[in-house]
Design a protein around this ligand. Structure first.
Ligand SMILES: CCCCCCCCCCCCCC(=O)CC(=O)SCCNC(=O)CCNC(=O)[C@H](O)C(C)(C)COP(=O)(O)OP(=O)(O)OC[C@H]1O[C@@H](n2cnc3c(N)ncnc32)[C@H](O)[C@@H]1OP(=O)(O)O
Ligand code: NAI
Length: 719
């Protein structure tokens, strides 16, 4: 877990050896403590260098250990002993120094970093704070404003920035370990007291209170209801106002509170869920570690509308040459200008040059003969998409992968019109496609393992979090969204207002409630889908009983809003009103209140007071209930995949862990009981009926979410 060697006759070289990231597990902490004791007591040793094996200094605490009781030596005394030692200790930072790894570097007397190294205190992203002295030492080393920013955001910084801030003493392009040994030899005999960061006085700005207040306002606005950044600010205040030992006590108290809050568990669950999601499997036994992806050098995107443009940008910025196709000259020119503008802005932001030379624009599918992969993003119209796929099948070479960005149509039906159904899959991006991190990779029953491996790997290359899902209407994310949206509108019928529902969801942690979000996305999109699926329209409305469609309860209020030309922010009116089209500042609209009152009185609905608790339960329990059905149907492999989809595609608050983790924390028994209650009250809403899997899990004693997979015995697994 750590190797000890004597180099240059007098330098003890301690190498952390815990792949893949040299995390500070219990055996590693033990090995560091023992190695330091040995180095400090050996008269031959005049200096010490600490480094990590395989070019990675240290990725911090072993996060898996947070789930159990502390074993082995605690980290703080191990670190204190390094700092207090009478021989100079140099950290040789290659790869990463994160969290506890950064704190380990901070107790060393000198820090040498490789130019490609990245440093940071990402604890806040795990729902905790740097509690091995990081919150107390960093402000002493670099001052309050810089430390506050790094600790409250968890941002990773480059070696160059670390040098500028005074965190590292030297940056090198050569072997950092060898440089550190040379450096250590030169530092022998120099006084160490000024190198012990805990002994420094925190440089305290005169406007400390105002600074901390501004930081508090900022994190409250950015991360509603999240405790960790606020605790980080309090810890930094302690570093500014207390002696080191008292500050350490405060740091530990704050850590204990966070550890016991439930939020830390949610964040840590998210960390592992994100990594688990990449580990896809297919019923054939093919999976992530036994299937080889193809290399994609060239691609084509068909349709340069909202989605196509972002997809072109996502591909081009990772060096893939793209042919973009439109149906008309004017649309092609418009799309071209939009894509170039987006790529230029993106490149400027990242400080690189825009890869415009990778782009080609055309009106003819004939130009796609030689591309490795195609992503179709034309209108959501099955007949049109089938025509495009038939044409592609004729034009593209037989090995070209054909993917669709459909948000919910049958991918296998598209595969069926081609001469290569095994090379067809869904690549479902989220809007805006060059910004949103989620990619649902839709595995049709005939998609080959190579096709899925390639789509997943291309997603990763584009910086997306890719999740493999089965082929069912709406796939995973949009399939779950429908019952959630339905509940929100049913609550409007029953007496709630858009503002009240949004506030309840925003207090829960969503950055935007469902109605504000719908105004941003555009209400016409859903309206078109409802019209196309026969749920609304003059013909349908006149032939169906009011407030019922296809045998179930139906709320026509969203259609009525659209009929008034209220499509959301873009028209300056939607569920809210805006000063002008395109404005983002949503204000309650008396016309919507009127519409709701008239509607209720027309149907004889007596409005009632609806509590925030009911809003949260009905919207979110029904969301998770559909998630259980998706697991039963085998359309998602595990609850973690559903949570990742909601975290990255629908901005579910991370401190709640995702819909499935959230209900597991509420308690499955309680969720079942409330769904039964609401279903009894609304028997014409089938989505409220508790799913068989939820009932089964409760009957089996409500196991933790990580164990649900053992209980999901699907008849027809699609993944
Ligand atoms: C009642 C309680 C009271 C409490 C009292 C208070 C006293 C407490 C005192 C001391 C506490 C000390 C706490 C501490 O030290 C805090 C920390 O250090 S928290 C950890 C901070 N570090 C991080 O957040 C880094 C996380 N990792 C990453 O960001 C990336 O993995 C990294 C950039 C390092 C590498 O990225 P990449 O190459 O893309 O690889 P992967 O991300 O895919 O990871 C590969 C593999 O490794 C696993 N892994 C990564 N980091 C860790 C880790 N820190 N611990 C465990 N495992 C880790 C990752 O899961 C992957 O494995 P899979 O099997 O694929 O999942
Ligand atoms: N808008 C969204 O938020 C999301 C949409 N999607 C899906 O992405 C696809 C595209 O959606 P949007 O970009 O929103 O639609 P859009 O209407 O903005 O763009 C579609 C584009 O396709 C072009 N097009 C139509 N037929 C064509 C043809 N034969 N050849 C070349 N170009 C053609 C149109 O001219 C138009 O520019 C749909 O399947 C949609 O369901 C998926 C995720 C999110």
């Amino acid at each position: 877990m750590a190797r000890y060697e004597l180099v240059k006759r007098s330098v003890a070289l301690i190498t952390l050896t815990n792949p893949p990231v040299n995390a500070l597990s219990s055996p590693v902490r033990h090995a560091i403590a023992k190695s330091m004791e040995r180095a400090l007591s050996d008269p031959k040793v005049t200096a010490v260098v600490i480094c990590g094996e395989n070019g990675r200094f240290c990725g911090g605490a072993d996060i898996r250990e947070f789930a159990g009781p502390l074993r082995g030596p605690p980290l703080i005394p191990v670190l204190d002993a390094i700092e207090a030692g009478r021989k100079p200790v140099v950290a040789a930072i290659e790869g990463v120094a994160l969290g506890g790894g950064f704190e380990l570097a901070l107790v060393c007397h000198y820090r040498i970093a490789h130019s490609k190294a990245r440093l940071g205190l990402p604890e806040v992203t795990l729902g905790i704070l740097p509690a091995a002295g990081g919150s107390q030492r960093l402000p002493r080393l670099i001052g309050i404003p810089a430390a506050l920013e790094l600790i409250t955001t968890g941002r990773h910084i480059s070696a160059q920035e670390a040098l500028k801030l005074g965190i590292v003493d030297q940056v090198t392009d050569q072997n950092a370990c060898e440089m550190a040994v040379e450096f250590a030899l030169k530092s022998v005999g120099k006084p160490l007291s000024s190198r012990r960061v805990s002994m420094l006085t925190t440089p305290c700005p005169p406007d400390l209170d105002a600074l901390l207040e501004a930081a508090t306002m900022q994190v409250k606005k950015k991360a509603r209801g999240v405790m960790a950044p606020l605790a980080c600010i309090q810890a930094v205040r302690a570093a500014a106002t207390m002696p080191f030992s008292k500050g350490m006590k405060r740091e530990s108290e704050l850590m204990t509170t966070l550890f016991n809050s439930g939020q830390a568990q949610a964040f840590q669950y998210c960390f592992f869920a994100q990594r688990t999601a990449g580990k896809w499997t297919l019923p054939s036994g093919a999976q992530w570690n036994n299937s080889k992806p193809r290399e994609i050098r060239s691609a084509a995107v068909i349709g340069l509308g909202t989605m196509g443009r972002g997809i072109v940008v996502s591909l081009a910025r990772v060096g893939i040459s793209v042919i973009a196709v439109e149906s008309e000259k004017k649309l092609l020119e418009n799309g071209r200008q939009m894509v170039i503008g987006m790529l230029e802005r993106d490149a400027k932001r990242r400080g690189v040059s825009a890869s415009l030379n990778l782009l080609n624009f055309t009106l003819s599918l004939q130009d796609l003969k030689d591309v490795d992969l195609v992503i179709e993003a034309v209108f959501e119209d099955m007949a049109l998409k089938k025509r495009v796929f038939q044409e592609l099948s004729k034009v593209c070479r037989p090995t070209t992968l054909l993917c669709t960005n459909t948000s919910g149509l049958d991918v296998d039906a598209l595969a069926g019109v081609t001469n290569r159904p095994h090379l067809v899959a869904g690549m479902h991006f989220f809007s805006p496609a060059h910004v949103m991190k989620l990619l649902e990779v839709v595995c049709g029953p005939r998609s080959s393992s190579e096709t899925i491996a390639t789509a997943m790997s291309l997603g990763k290359k584009m910086g997306k979090v890719s999740v493999a899902v089965g082929n069912c209407p709406g796939f995973v994310g949009n399939r779950m969204l429908k019952p959630y949206l339905d509940q929100a509108t049913f609550l409007l019928e029953e007496g709630a207002t858009p503002e009240q529902i949004d506030k309840a969801l925003e207090d829960f942690g969503f950055a935007m409630g469902v109605f504000r979000m719908s105004d941003l996305a555009g209400l016409d999109v859903g309206w078109r889908v409802r019209k196309e699926s026969g749920l609304t329209g003059p013909d349908v409305d006149s032939k169906n009983p009011p407030r019922r469609r296809q045998g179930h309860r139906y709320c026509p209020i969203p259609d009525m809003v659209c009929e008034q030309g209220r499509f959301g922010q873009k028209t300056g009116r939607g569920w809210y009103m805006y000063d002008k089209p395109g404005d983002t500042n949503a204000k309650p609209d008396p016309l919507i209140q009127n519409l709701l009152e008239t509607y209720r009185s027309r149907y004889g609905i007596q409005p009632r007071n609806i509590s925030d608790q009911e809003i949260i339960e009905r919207c979110l329990f029904v969301l998770a209930n559909e998630g259980f059905r998706i697991l039963e149907d085998g359309m998602a492999a595990r609850p973690e995949d559903i949570d990742v989809i909601y975290l990255f595609g629908y901005a579910f608050p991370r401190h709640r862990g995702g819909p499935m983790f959230y209900v597991s924390m509420v308690g499955l028994e309680r969720v079942l009981e409330r769904l039964e209650y609401y279903h009894q009250a609304h028997p014409d809403v089938p989505h409220l009926e508790p799913s068989a899997l939820l009932k089964k899990l409760v009957a089996c004693g409500s196991p933790p979410v990580q164990k649900w997979r053992e209980y999901i015995k699907t008849m027809h697994s699609h993944l």
